[in-house]
Design a protein around this ligand. Structure first.
Ligand SMILES: Cc1cc2nc3c(=O)[nH]c(=O)nc-3n(C[C@H](O)[C@H](O)[C@H](O)COP(=O)(O)O)c2cc1C
Length: 182
């Protein structure tokens, strides 16, 4: 088995991550992988907002404010989320409304970029996890984060040095395959 296939076949999400996070050179590699996403119409819909260092506290405050609006019981849990990884990438689809390439395809391209981020982080030895939660769908949060109303916030990817052993157990893929027309 090639090394690249072995890397693909061993990826799993890592919730518990710690310092150090990716360096600028690691991030460059991660984003080079991200922009390998298929992109109908070459619209380049992907935007990657890197949150690290002191900016994590500002994101934490926005998470807490979002929880205060939607679910006050969860304020402290939400406040903690952006602080538990050294680095978070908010992955955004910059949608071109009314384009002949449907909006869903622009979002799907961005999701493919997110998947490449997860795989590249794993290939570099980092742990990563894709999270959404209510903030992604909260117009006030999206505005306060700095997004346009037409932007889709497809998730936050937290990346750092793995602090737990990941489970690589997976279902047998043959259960999801249909040999159509046979
Ligand atoms: C679009 C999307 C949103 C997700 N949002 C969350 C989330 O908010 N919280 C969470 O614990 N897991 C979330 N997950 C799931 C994790 O990223 C991860 O896939 C899951 O824990 C299973 O781990 P695995 O990737 O190793 O299968 C999300 C996954 C996707 C694709």
């Amino acid at each position: 088995m090639s090394e690249s296939i072995a890397t693909l076949l061993s990826r799993a999400s890592t919730k518990a991550v710690t310092d150090p996070g990716p360096t600028d050179a690691d991030l460059r590699t991660i984003f080079e992988a991200a922009v390998r996403a298929p992109d109908h119409g070459k619209l380049r819909p992907w935007r990657f907002y890197v949150v690290r260092g002191d900016a994590r506290q500002r994101l934490s405050d926005l998470f807490a404010a979002g929880a205060a609006r939607r679910e006050p019981k969860a304020i402290e849990k939400e406040r903690e989320k952006p602080l538990r990884a050294p680095l978070t990438i908010a992955v955004v689809a910059k949608i071109t409304p009314g384009h002949k390439v449907p909006e869903i395809e622009q979002t799907l391209s961005t999701a493919a970029a997110a998947m490449n981020i997860l795989n590249a982080a794993h290939a570099l030895g980092f742990g990563a996890k894709w999270l959404t939660g209510g903030n992604c769908y909260d117009p006030e949060f999206r505005r306060d984060f700095g997004l346009e109303p037409t932007d889709e916030l497809i998730g936050f990817i937290q990346i750092g040095t793995p602090a737990e052993k990941i489970s690589t157990e997976r279902p047998d893929p043959s259960g999801f395959v249909v040999n159509w027309g046979v």
